[in-house]
Ligand binder design. Sequence first.
Ligand code: PLP
Length: 348
Amino acid sequence: MPNKNGPRLQLGNYPTPVFELSNMLKLNEMQKSDEAHQRLWIKRDDYSGLELSGNKTRKLEFALAEAQMQGATVVITAGAIQSNHCRQTATACRWLGLKPHLLLFGESGKGKGGNFLIDETLGAEITYVHPKDYPNYLEMMEHLKEQYQAQGIKAYCIPIGASYGIGNFGYIEGYREILEWQLSVGVALDSIVVAVGSGGTYAGLWLGHYLYSQQTEQAATRIVGISISSPSSVFKDKILAILTETAQYQEALRAILPDFNAEAMLKEAKTGIEIIDGFQGAGYAIPDPAAVERSQWLAENTGIILDSVYTGKAFNGLMHLLQTDQLGKDVLFVHTGGLFGFFGHQEG
Ligand SMILES: *Cc1c(COP(=O)(O)O)cnc(C)c1O
C-alpha cells in the first residue's frame, strides 16, 4: 500500500523545474495594459531523468514498488515500437535489477532508433504482436506471466502507460508537487493542461487536485486534458475506470484526505473530468500539421522541443484555448516527455 510517503521508489529527479514562457512567447503584447495579463508556465516532467525522461517515471515509482513487494523478478508491459512507457519501464527495471519483458505492437523495430534503440541496448526481452491484437493485450501479458510462473519465476504485469490503480499515485504526487510550487512562488493556477494518451496522467492530476483541494483554498484549478488520439468520451470512461481502481487503495487515500469516500469522488469525477477534442489530428502517432507548426514556433522562441505524438498536439490545443481565453490567467503546461520518440522512426 502506498501512502503519503511510500512505499515509493525514488527513480526520477523530483521536483521537476517550472519555467515561465509568457515573455518569450510575447503572450501579452497585443493586450491593453489594464487587462489582466496571461501567464503561461511549463513544468518539465521530461526532466525526470535522461533514460528515464517522461511522465511514466512518476507512475513507475509506485508500480515497481508494488512489483518488488510482490517478489517479482520480471516485469511485463506493452506499447508501440516507439513507446516512451516501455523504454522508461525497461530502464527502471534494469536500475532495480528486474528483467523487463516488452510486448510491442508491430514488427521488429531494428534500425528505427529512438526509444526502441534504448530497449535493445538494455537487452529487454521483446515479444512482437500484431497491432490488431491490441484489444487482447492484457490477456497476452497474463499468458506470458503464466509461462514464467511455470518456470518458477514471478512476473508482474503493468498495463499500457502504467495507467491503472497503483500507477495513479505517481501523478497524485505530481499534483502535490505542483501545489507546493504554487505556494512557494505565490501563483494560483487557473488551469493545468496535459496530453491524454492512456489517461493515467490526467487521472492522477485530477485525483490529486480532488484530494488536496478539499484542504487548501489555493487549489481551485481546472485540470484540462487534450486528447491525442481517441474521442474524449472514450477517455472519460477510461479515466473513470482508472479512478475506480485507485479508489481501492483506501488507506493510502485516507492518509491524504482522512474522510475520503470513493462514491463521492467518482460522482464528482463524472462531471468534473474535462477532456478536449479537436487536436488529435488523424489519430494516434499520426503527426498533425497544425501541431507540428506550433511545435516549430515554440522551439524557435524558447528552445523547447515537443514530440509529434503527444506534447505537440497537447500544446497546440493549449495555445488555441489560451488565445480564445478559455483557460484563465495563470496556466501550467506539463511537458510529459517524448524526445526519444522524436528521434525515432514512427512508422515503416
Ligand atoms: C504516455 C505519454 C503521454 C500520455 O500520458 P498518459 O498518462 O498515457 O495519458 C504524454 N506524453 C508522453 C511523452 C507520453 O509518453
